[in-house]
Design a protein around this ligand. Structure first.
Ligand code: ADP
Ligand code: MG
Length: 264
């Protein structure tokens, strides 16, 4: 579904700052893939590039990133925006900076939705939205709220819901549980798993927190200083980490056994 080959990514035109240095990666259908690694290791940069959002000054300097989706064929990352929402959607890092504080949730959701996905008539659209949110345990009242009226956890759930609304084949979720307390984290992880099971699609979950990955991912990609240092089945990596860096990350985690399968 996604094929990343020797990708070199960075920022700036005159002086190029490398953020991702020669990464190769395949993402298949119907799987939960975790991307882990400390802050600054290039996780968000890689997600932005896969999503094809180059608005931040991001550039692909070498290698290739391609996505293949039914109805779209194979798209280069520079064309990926053609497939936004229905094939690939994105939950960016930081719910407060992503949502427009001056706009009610319903309007933000509808303004972003491509015409091809809109239903005729506001009432029909509203009904469809409410039904969808209810299926995820969210009350219709969130649609009428401004972002600041929602808690951090609720805003994050709204972002996840927005990303999932038109049943994309691939959802990229960047640190969706970061800065939230454990109870709220768990609720969001449950929601992500529920969506993935229902849609039988692919979730790429980015988190610096290995404990989060341990709970729900099938496969893990470990990044360190702009490179992928290890990939493999999550169970395999936790029981037998190969790279020094992975060993250190896992060694620093308490109580793993108690967390495995805590979300199911
Ligand atoms: P992570 O998500 O793993 O914390 P990032 O992809 O955000 O890592 O950052 C990787 C590197 O790219 C860091 O050195 C960061 O400073 C740099 N970087 C990220 N975003 C930008 C940007 N918009 N402009 C310039 N440099 C950036
Ligand atoms: Mg990040």
């Amino acid at each position: 579904m996604i094929s990343v080959r020797d990708a070199v990514l960075g920022y700036g035109t005159r002086s190029f700052i490398t953020a991702v240095n020669g990464v190769s990666l395949d993402i298949g259908s119907n799987e939960i893939v975790g991307v882990a690694g400390e802050s600054g290791s290039g996780k968000s940069t890689l997600m932005r590039a896969i999503y094809g959002d180059f608005s931040t000054g991001l550039r692909l300097k070498g290698g290739s990133i391609r996505g293949t989706f039914e109805g779209y064929g194979t798209l280069d990352c520079s064309d990926m925006r053609r497939a936004w929402w229905d094939a690939v959607s994105y939950v960016p890092q930081g719910s407060m900076s992503v949502l427009n504080p001056l706009m009610k949730v319903e309007k933000q959701l509808l303004d972003g939705l491509p015409k091809r996905q809109r239903l005729a008539g506001r009432a029909a659209q509203r009904q469809d939205l409410e039904k969808f949110l209810a299926g995820l345990g969210l009350d219709a009242s969130v649609l009428d709220a401004y972002p600041h009226q929602l808690s951090g956890g609720m805003r994050q759930r709204v972002l996840v819901a927005i990303a999932a609304y038109v049943s994309p084949k691939l959802i990229l979720a960047d640190e969706p549980t970061t800065a939230l307390d454990v109870v709220v984290q768990k609720r969001i992880l449950l929601m992500l798993v529920e969506i993935q099971r229902r849609l039988q699609n692919t979730l790429v979950l980015v988190s610096h927190d290995l404990g989060v990955h341990y709970q729900i991912t099938d496969r893990l990609v470990i990044m360190y200083r702009g490179e992928v240092v290890e990939t493999g089945a999550t169970d395999e990596i936790f029981s037998n980490p190969q790279h020094d860096y992975t060993q250190r990350l896992i060694g620093a985690l308490p109580d793993l056994a108690a967390r495995r399968g805590a979300v199911s």
